[in-house]
Design a protein around this ligand. Structure first.
Ligand SMILES: C[S@@+](CC[C@H](N)C(=O)[O-])C[C@H]1O[C@@H](n2cnc3c(N)ncnc32)[C@H](O)[C@@H]1O
Length: 205
């Protein structure tokens, strides 16, 4: 996107900098910032034309989500847009181990995508909200896309280093569970959903 829109400036924020590309691999209009957004987005009000929240469904409690949306609206310029892309974190055609991982209680609301449309709608500064929910097949049964999505989800679950404790298993046992999750998804033709919502900050909302 930065190459496609060279006159825009892109700022990526994450609490964990390990996935940030090195500066020499970034176009000059991109930078990355290590920051915990539960303490607020470290920018003045009305800074951005567009704020994108991607796949944060495993990161926040409901209260933190609502505070985050308020803060996103704060840093958005009037007429600017916010977009979220979140998985529903519910699997259809799941196996036993998949269900067990899905249900693990860890203090955050992983099903936040179901609440996000209402959260956007109830923010009095946001209007023109639209949401689109599509199937997200996981597993080799769905060709190249399914192969990619299962690798992606397995990596995501592996990054949940706190989950083994909630599941009452060791880290090694958890890794074995993830292998079974992949096997189950391939066999059962598992899929989930992802949802994209966007809304505009307006003067008159
Ligand atoms: C599934 S990844 C999504 C990464 C990226 N947003 C994307 O769309 O590809 C979730 C990310 O949320 C980050 N994260 C979790 N809690 C956070 C927080 N409080 N503040 C900022 N980033 C956080 C994690 O470090 C992780 O990289």
């Amino acid at each position: 996107m930065a190459l496609e829109y060279p006159s825009s400036t892109f700022i990526g924020i994450d609490v964990n900098s390990s996935f940030f590309p090195s500066n020499d691999k970034c176009p000059p209009n991109v930078c990355f910032l290590t920051s915990n957004v539960t303490y607020g987005i470290p920018f003045p009000m009305e800074t951005f034309d567009f704020v994108y929240l991607g796949m944060m469904f495993s990161a926040f409690t409901e209260l933190q989500w609502s505070e985050l949306i308020n803060d996103v609206v704060r840093v958005l310029k009037y007429d600017g847009w916010v977009e979220s892309l979140e998985a529903t974190a519910q699997f259809i055609n799941h196996g036993k181990v998949t269900k067990c991982i899905e249900d693990a209680e860890k203090g955050v609301n992983v099903r936040i995508s179901a609440l996000l449309p209402k959260m956007f709608e109830s923010n009095e500064m946001l209007a023109n909200m639209q949401c689109i929910k599509v199937e997200y097949p996981v597993g080799e049964w769905y060709g190249c896309f399914g192969k990619y999505s299962i690798i992606n989800l397995r990596r995501l679950f592996q990054s949940f280093v706190f989950l083994p404790e909630y599941l009452g298993v060791s880290y090694e046992e958890y890794i074995d569970m993830l292998d079974i999750f992949v096997k189950e998804a391939n066999e059962n033709k598992t899929y989930t959903y992802i949802q994209r919502c966007f809304a505009q900050k307006t003067w008159n909302a």
